[in-house]
Design a protein around this ligand. Structure first.
Ligand SMILES: *Cc1c(COP(=O)(O)O)cnc(C)c1O
Length: 360
């Protein structure tokens, strides 16, 4: 009937990870980041699961926000990309969307607009990542300029984003926190700094608002062991089944380009998942795959729809044996590391072809 490849999404685990964020930052409002289709998990389902506890959501762009509104999600939403065009401002009023302003052009659009009522605003300061945000030296003046506008609701949040919060002893993170706090203190402004690694590891970064994303989906944002990071429960399990099995003689190769060659007679299991399902094509032979709960290894190139796995010597492998590409028993971080990327990318790139099956 249907292809056995699916992303099982454990909403109970999602709620538990969010509860951990709330427990670690009880004096902050912790806004779940659900951009990029909730890191591939399905933004509408994730929003519905967290809506009873969350104060608001974070998305990247107006398109994402409006899709959630169309699905009936009611909480306010912070739009990280801010304003691209003044036509967007009526949408902000109508849909209770909060733009994060990051340059003077956006600030001028806001100030010069004719608006029905003021909207909540965030002002992003570039404290050292040098990607988005106003310069720290200009932040206070721009903040006051916004404050004076009848289009701005009171309590404009002063925000920044960390470049290296996953590095536990990073001096830039310390300087970024200091820079934002100095400006916020002179202005008496509410603050927002922390992403997932900061929420877990940099207590001094906690603000009036935090913006956890990756941790909610249950994987550690750290490249090394971390007590709290390792307590998270993976939400997505990318699963499939063995659909074909064969023995390949020593000297024979498997897959496109014959990049893997059997040194002994080998048992090869074929799994219907490939780069067309978000499994990374650059995962090399040897990347772990769980087959019937046992660690096997990728053999040969990842195809669009299929991978081959060396299951030589493993017990109880048959057509229909369950396969986990990543999830609770095999960390997406480990698979990502083998493929030279990060778990964030693998989760985000699972395409719509893979059905999401919600549990919990
Ligand atoms: C994506 C993003 C976050 C969330 O980061 P995680 O590491 O996933 O927690 C927070 N703030 C901003 C500005 C972001 O772009």
């Amino acid at each position: 009937m249907s292809r056995p490849t699916q992303a099982v999404i454990d909403l109970a685990a999602l709620r538990q990870n969010y509860a951990l964020a709330q427990q670690l930052a009880p004096d902050s409002r912790n806004i779940p980041v659900i951009k990029a289709n909730a890191y591939g998990h399905g933004a509408v389902a994730v929003a519905r699961a967290l809506e009873p506890e969350a104060p608001a959501f974070v998305v990247t762009c107006w398109e994402e926000a409006l899709e959630l509104r169309a699905a009936g999600i009611r909480l306010p939403m912070l739009v990280l990309g801010g304003i691209y065009h003044r036509d967007e401002l009526p949408l902000a009023v109508e849909h209770n969307l909060w733009p994060m302003l990051e340059n003077e052009g956006q600030i001028d659009i806001l100030i010069n607009a004719k608006m029905e009522k003021p909207i909540p605003l965030w002002l992003k300061v570039d404290t050292g990542m040098h990607r988005l945000g106003v310069a720290p030296e200009q932040a206070a003046a721009l903040y006051r300029k916004l404050q004076a506008s009848p289009n701005a609701a009171p309590g404009i949040v002063l925000a920044t984003h960390f470049a290296s919060a996953d590095d536990l002893n990073n001096d830039l993170t310390r300087r970024q926190i200091q820079r934002l706090r100095d400006i916020a203190r002179t202005l008496g402004a509410p603050t927002s700094l922390a992403n997932s690694p900061a929420l877990l590891a940099w207590r001094e970064s906690l603000g009036d608002w935090n913006r956890p994303g990756y941790m909610l989906y249950g994987n550690s944002p750290f490249p090394h062991a971390h007590e709290l990071g390792d307590r998270l429960i993976p939400v997505m399990s990318l699963q499939s089944e063995v659909v074909s099995l064969r023995t390949v003689a020593a000297g024979e190769a498997v897959g496109y380009g014959e990049s893997w060659r059997a040194t002994v007679a080998s048992r090869i299991a074929t799994i219907p998942v490939g780069y067309g399902d978000g499994y990374p094509r650059n995962a090399p032979s040897g990347t772990p795959v769980l087959v019937n709960g046992q660690r096997a290894t990728l053999a040969g190139r990842v195809s669009m729809d299929l991978i081959s796995v060396d299951v030589t010597g493993l017990g109880n492998i048959a057509i229909g044996s369950p396969v986990e590409l990543w999830g609770k028993n095999l960390s997406v971080n480990e698979v990502a590391a083998a493929a030279g990327t990060i778990g964030y990318e693998l989760l985000t790139r699972v395409p719509l072809r893979v059905p999401r099956v919600y549990q919990g």
